[in-house]
Design a protein around this ligand. Structure first.
Ligand code: LLP
Length: 393
């Protein structure tokens, strides 16, 4: 903190690498590609570390694509997800030669076909099917139910595949599904797998060959006391069922979540008859998950021996919202000036941060071996409005 100021995100390179390798190695010789979901943490140093060890990438915008390319990742290892790819995004994906578009609707298929036709090329696609299974996770991050906006209804997928198969400008490669995030049980994954395998059999029967199966991301991590999915068992359960299909996975949280912390400083302690508030310099704009999902992040003092006022503290930020809290009712011994680490903040931490209340976005640091590197400078006040202008009249 002396070097970089507070608040701050700090990531561990070795944890990121070993988390990705755990997925990769579980496949052994089976053809596969572990595509890190860039949305979880898109800092180019994170992407670069993963590109260097052979990761593929799951992207959802041209911004993420350009980040991957700037970080040294290969387009041919990128799968492009997302419900509303624009013409420009499709064009750029085709230009650089991404591995596959994960198509989420019939309208999107037509758009991809038109762009490919205009470029006189073939677009590689897989269809993201919605298998209608309950991921048993937070409703905001559940995606595989009929009522969710994602994917093509599994009952409609066959017809769309036939249409794609008959198009000169579409090259059917795979089948894709992603049922939700922060899953802590294996069974929804297996239910979805069984359903999509059934569809693949029907497609094969119609002469439509599927060369890869993308099972999305979603493997949960331990924030508190959740039991989590054993990755080797998860991969074994997949390999038991898929024959020689090439498998793609899109884990995000499981790669970076527990490889990062958010560090914040206690500014003031404020106790009234009912409540003990530790007012910290970090806020909901820096780490949105608690305010948005009521998510739990463990809080640890950076200095283990710090002694202060023992109480059950709510950690609240400087933002003018009652929802601006990062943790509630935590038994801690605190003094003003203490640094606290919010654990498991490597995924969906910085990437969901904003400038609300005109707060510059914080710095990011990566620890590699024993060295630490600034991988994103703290924004300046000038950065906040240097693309804005007043009307002169
Ligand atoms: N693939 C697709 C198509 C996705 O939509 C997602 C996440 C992933 C892969 C990666 O999922 P993961 O392995 O990270 O669970 N902001 C929320 C999480 C939103 C997840 C959105 N999609 C949070 O902070 O919990």
């Amino acid at each position: 903190m002396a070097n970089y100021g507070s608040p701050l995100y700090v990531y561990s390179r070795s944890d990121i690498e070993s988390n990705w390798r755990e997925f990769d190695e579980a496949f052994g010789d089976h053809p596969h590609l572990v595509c890190y979901a860039v949305k979880a943490n898109s800092n180019i140093a994170v992407l670069n570390v993963l590109a260097k060890i052979g990761a593929g990438f799951d992207i959802v915008s041209v911004g993420e694509l350009e980040r991957v390319l700037a970080a040294g990742g290969q387009a041919s290892n990128c799968v492009f997800s997302g419900v509303a790819k624009t013409q420009d995004e499709i064009k750029r994906g085709l230009e650089v030669g991404i591995r596959c578009f994960n198509v989420e609707s019939s309208a999107e298929m037509s758009r991809i076909e038109q762009v490919a036709q205009a470029m006189n090329t073939q677009a590689p696609i897989s269809i993201r099917v919605n298998p209608n299974v309950d991921a048993k996770t937070h409703p905001y991050i559940s995606t595989g139910l009929k009522e969710n906006k994602f994917g093509v209804d599994i009952d409609d997928a066959l017809a769309l595949y036939e249409q794609a198969h008959n198009s000169k400008y579409i090259n059917v490669q795979g089948l894709d599904c992603h049922i939700g995030s922060q899953l802590t049980e294996l069974s929804p994954f297996i239910d979805a797998l069984d359903k999509v395998l059934e569809l693949i059999t029907q497609l094969n029967d119609r002469g439509i060959e599927i060369s890869h199966l993308d099972l999305g991301g979603g493997v949960g991590i331990r924030y508190d006391d959740e039991t989590t999915i054993d990755i080797a068992k998860y991969v074994d359960a997949i390999l038991d069922k898929v024959g020689d299909l090439d498998i793609i996975l899109e884990p995000g949280r499981a790669i970076v979540g527990n490889a990062g912390v958010f560090v914040t400083k206690v500014e003031f302690l404020k106790q009234n008859s009912d409540k003990s508030f530790a007012i910290i310099d970090g806020a909901m704009n820096d780490l949105l998950r608690p305010a948005f999902y009521n998510a739990y992040h463990q809080v640890l003092p950076v200095n283990e021996n710090a002694k202060g006022t023992e109480a059950s503290w709510d950690l609240v930020g400087p933002i003018c919202e009652t929802g601006d809290f990062l943790a509630k009712d935590r038994q801690l011994s605190l003094s003003e000036g203490d640094y606290l680490a919010l654990m498991s903040a490597g995924a969906y931490g910085f990437t969901m941060s904003s400038n609300y209340n005109s707060r510059p976005r914080v710095a990011e640091v990566m620890v590699s071996d024993k060295a630490h590197h600034l991988i994103r400078q703290r924004e300046t006040i000038q950065d906040l409005f240097n693309t804005e202008s007043v009307i002169n009249d």
